[in-house]
Design a protein around this ligand. Structure first.
Ligand code: UTP
Length: 278
């Protein structure tokens, strides 16, 4: 049912300057794989085969990554390095990639709205922020868990996790009633609240399943925090109508939009690879 996944990837990535001056943040590698490829693999595991990417100026490397590189592939053909391109070749064979640009960085809500031409208005779709790298080594990927939940509730789903009280100001935070283990009916959402004014310590992270009526809601949402169109504000209007579920996912999330989270993810995957090789 959910076949399309939107990847808002137009942000400047200022926390990684100067690395992101000419290179998209989403192309920063954790070991040998760019962040966005982890996201695309998670979406494929969840059953998506159309990857719709919101890009911006200076993001062409993303488009090139998800395309054949004839010269390079010809060069390494028959060598031991060929297998290093097997995963990306599989992705290119299995998926369709569509792109549009967000010309001005007006916020995540605006970036998602730009995706309307790509994902259409007929079906629900997934959203992955590639700089939130999510893993669940013991079971289903985070998006797969959310797609299963969508089948039950048929409304917008946001992934959330508990964060320390002193860190809530970095996130969209939810207020809601627990309706089953790890599942909350959201009644209110606040973008980057002051630590002492947050309604809870349940923070929204970069995984969403959205129903297409969200596009009309975004269109009627006014710019919020930092003058940006915040998806949290649009989802909050839906939540007030009982149409948003928050899901405390099983697994781990690395905030690869920050240097600390990026290093943590690198160490995690390095240890994982080392253990596999032993
Ligand atoms: P961030 O808040 O991490 O912003 O965006 P950023 O620009 O990428 O990074 P910093 O803070 O300057 O270092 C969260 C996600 O939303 C996307 C980003 O690409 C990122 O995946 N985004 C944000 C857009 O696509 N457009 C926007 O206008 C804002």
């Amino acid at each position: 049912m959910i076949k399309k996944c939107l990847f808002p990837a137009a942000g400047y990535g200022t926390r990684f300057l100067p690395a992101t001056k000419a290179m998209p943040k989403e192309m920063l590698p954790i070991l040998t794989k760019p962040l966005i490829q982890y996201g695309v693999e998670e979406a494929m595991d969840a059953g998506c085969d159309v990857m719709s990417i919101i890009t911006g100026r200076g993001k062409r490397a993303i488009t090139d990554h998800f395309d054949i590189s004839y010269e390079l592939e010809h060069q390494i053909q028959g060598s031991s390095k060929e297998k290093m391109l097997a995963d990306i070749r599989h992705i290119i064979d299995q998926c369709t990639f569509t792109y549009t640009r967000q010309n001005e960085m007006k916020g995540l809500g605006d970036a998602i709205f730009k995706g309307k031409v790509l994902v259409g208005e007929e079906n629900p779709f997934a959203v992955i922020l590639a700089d939130d790298l999510c893993v669940n080594p013991d079971g289903d990927g985070i998006l797969t868990q959310m797609v299963k939940l969508y089948e039950k509730y048929k409304c917008c789903i946001v992934a959330c996790m508990e964060v320390p009280k002193e860190e809530v100001h970095k996130y969209g935070v939810i207020e809601g009633n627990r309706i089953e283990e790890g599942v909350y009916m959201v009644s209110n959402m606040v973008e980057k609240p002051d630590n002492d004014k947050a309604p809870s310590n349940l923070a929204v992270i970069g995984r969403y399943v959205l129903t297409p009526d969200i596009f009309d809601v975004i269109q009627n949402t006014k710019p919020g925090k930092n003058g940006e169109l915040q998806i949290t504000d649009s989802l909050c209007s839906q939540a007030k109508k009982g149409m948003v579920i928050a899901y405390k996912f099983k697994g781990r999330r690395f905030d690869c939009g920050s240097v600390d989270g990026f290093v943590e993810a690198t160490n995690y995957f390095y240890d994982l690879e080392k253990k596999k090789a032993e």
